[in-house]
Design a protein. Structure first.
Length: 165
């Protein structure tokens, strides 16, 4: 990964650790609001490639009543190049998780689970401070956490998206 000063401005703005951490923390909070447990570590790497990809983010369903399997069947192109996005964003996800652990927004637990120390009001406050596309990314990340928690076991969710742990 390039040093911070060597990154192109667009990459530094979009993929800065604070924004990516906020996005991940919102997804982790959403997951825990449904399952009352932390997000399995492998799933944490799936949030950014989905919510930062505008075509996929814009087509996500409005609520968790939509089955992930059914949605992916109707929107199968959402999986096109998903693995490549996941791999390319892996260093940024790691950097965001590390940043989150440093500021106590992301807390690792036994069993490879990740939790957030943020409350619902903390997440809402972060969302209110954002504008436009950044706000939409964090809102959809919170939804995505809930949707992942409702969709089944880790290996099932990953299989839906065409990846393995």
């Amino acid at each position: 990964m390039k040093t911070w000063t060597a990154r192109p401005k667009e990459e530094a703005y979009l993929l800065n650790p604070a924004f990516c951490c906020t996005t991940l923390a919102a997804a982790i909070w959403g997951y825990a609001s449904v399952r009352e447990e932390g997000v399995p570590f492998p799933l944490a790497f799936m949030f950014l490639p989905i919510v930062l990809h505008k075509p996929t983010r814009d087509r996500l369903p409005p609520n968790t009543r939509t089955s992930m399997a059914a949605w992916l069947q109707e929107n199968s192109d959402a999986r096109v190049l998903f693995y490549e996005r996941l791999v390319s964003l892996k260093p940024h996800t790691k950097e965001a998780l590390h940043f989150g652990m440093l500021v106590d927004w992301v807390v690792p637990r036994n069993g490879g689970l990740l939790e957030t120390a943020l409350s619902d009001s903390d997440v809402n406050r972060a969302i209110r401070r954002l504008a436009d596309e950044a706000r939409e990314c964090v809102l959809r990340a919170r939804f995505l956490g809930k949707w992942f928690a409702s969709a089944g076991a880790t290996h099932t969710v990953m299989a839906f998206w065409g990846v393995r742990p």
